[in-house]
Design a protein around this ligand. Structure first.
Ligand SMILES: [Zn+2]
Length: 150
């Protein structure tokens, strides 16, 4: 059983993860807690379901979990929580029709080359992930270090 966490550690870990589960295919908002990885020192924010899978089935492995956490910390410094959610949500769609103000709200992801806005359909626009965006999401969800091909 995990050692008793102090509240400041728990709060810091949850805040780092944006108060969402660290597993990129999950990102649940509920039943979150700071759980230890295999070395019992490093903590990761997981929902109850993902923690159960990790503890009982070893899925994903702690190496992948570390990559999930590292990638999320990196993204959290570069992007708002909303942008991270937007990127993950759009990765599940072929495209999404939006108004012009939503294109501007996605500027960080458009500038990073992860999203593309189709202007041919103006005043509605189609937001979609670029190949770079899809590769980034796939590498993140696989727990790979995506830096190798940059
Ligand atoms: Zn989860």
């Amino acid at each position: 059983m995990a050692r008793k966490l102090n509240l400041a550690d728990r709060e810091r870990i949850l805040a780092e993860a944006g108060y969402r589960c660290t597993v990129p295919t999950c990102r649940a908002l509920h039943d979150l807690d700071a759980h230890p990885l295999d070395d019992r020192e490093e903590l990761v924010c997981l929902c109850a379901n993902c923690y159960r899978r990790f503890e009982r089935e070893g899925q994903p492995g702690s190496g992948v979990m570390r990559t999930y956490k590292a990638r999320l910390l990196e993204l959290g410094r570069a992007l708002s929580r909303e942008s991270i959610d937007q990127l993950l949500y759009l990765s599940k769609l072929e495209w999404l029709a939006v108004s012009g103000d939503k294109v501007l709200e996605a500027a960080a992801l458009l500038n990073a080359g992860y999203l593309y806005a189709d202007y041919k359909t103006a005043p509605q626009y189609r937001l979609r992930l670029t190949l770079k965006g899809r590769q980034f999401i796939a590498a993140w969800q696989d727990g790979e270090h995506a830096d190798r091909d940059h």
